[in-house]
Ligand binder design. Structure first.
Ligand SMILES: NC(=O)c1ccc[n+]([C@@H]2O[C@H](COP(=O)([O-])OP(=O)(O)OC[C@H]3O[C@@H](n4cnc5c(N)ncnc54)[C@H](OP(=O)(O)O)[C@@H]3O)[C@@H](O)[C@H]2O)c1
Length: 250
């Protein structure tokens, strides 16, 4: 059976941990050639060695020049660019009164502006692809408020709006969608616990609040991401898909 991402080249941000790493493993299994992004050189190089046709390029996604470098690396190494999976994110915790302006700006830069920077550089190449697709990892925080998450909620809602705008602008050549995860068992989720009134029980509370009575796994998210970038989703664009064990509906 042919692989779903044969002859496809994808840049994956946030590939050194959690969902981005699971997405990298899944896309690689389906034949994609990968540019892996993250700041942690040890984890990035280890993943690149583990996967076939994968190159790790270290850097901070909030820097415009680094995003240009990611695209250049795709073209230099593999001669084309077809797909983006944007997962890099940060929490930037603190309520509006206490949040330092620098942390507000950094959170907006990593969670929102970085998407603009990468798409700006990548779209001219993806437009040449047959079957180009972009998946932006936002969050249920795009729709629901969480304590001490003002920068996070605002940046994720804006990322979903940016996705919709770009989907209109670049159809029919490129399909652009967002995934909106609920609580997924990664280091990020455990870090977020300190924003809640009862940090010690926050993750367990989130698990119990899901209709499915479990946290998501990075592999749950990888399956949806694979579906959305593959031809199986060829009639899906401009959509933000919630994947949250039902927590938004509980
Ligand atoms: N876990 C959840 O419950 C949850 C729920 C909804 C949405 N999300 C979203 O899912 C995405 C992935 O999160 P995760 O849960 O998989 O978290 P994770 O395991 O902590 O991974 C976060 C990734 O983002 C990268 N990253 C962070 N800041 C970066 C920067 N400035 N430059 C480059 N890379 C950066 C990290 O790489 P380095 O450390 O190597 O820089 C890491 O690979 C995030 O956008 C997050 O907002 C998470």
């Amino acid at each position: 059976m042919s692989k779903k991402l044969e002859n496809k080249v994808c840049i994956i941000t946030g590939a050194t941990s959690g969902m981005g790493k699971a997405i990298a493993e899944s896309f690689s299994n389906e034949g994609a050639k990968l540019i892996l992004s993250g700041r942690n050189v040890e984890r990035g190089n280890a993943l690149a060695e583990q996967l076939q046709h994968a190159v790790f390029v270290a850097g901070d996604v909030s820097e415009p020049g680094y995003n240009e470098k990611l695209v250049q690396s795709a073209i230099e190494n593999f001669g084309q660019l077809d797909l983006l999976s944007l997962n890099a994110g940060m929490l930037g915790l603190g309520n509006v009164v206490d949040l330092p302006e620098t942390l507000w700006h950094k959170t907006l830069n990593v969670n929102l502006s970085a998407i603009f920077y990468l798409c700006k550089n990548a779209i001219p190449f993806i437009q040449k692809s047959k079957g180009g697709a972009i998946v932006i990892n936002t969050s249920i925080a795009a729709f629901k408020s969480f304590p001490n998450h003002p920068a996070y909620c605002a940046s994720k809602a804006a990322a979903a709006a940016l996705m919709k705008q770009m989907a209109v602008e670049y159809a029919p050549n490129i399909r652009i969608n967002a995934i909106c995860p609920g609580p997924v068992d990664t280091p990020f989720l455990w870090d977020s616990a300190k924003a809640f009134e009862n940090p010690d029980s926050a993750v367990e509370d989130a698990k119990k609040a899901t209709l499915m009575q479990r946290l998501g796994t990075p592999e749950d998210i990888a399956k949806l991401s694979l579906f959305l970038v593959s031809e199986d989703a060829s009639w899906i664009t401009g959509t933000a898909i919630t994947i949250d064990g039902g927590i938004l509906n509980s």
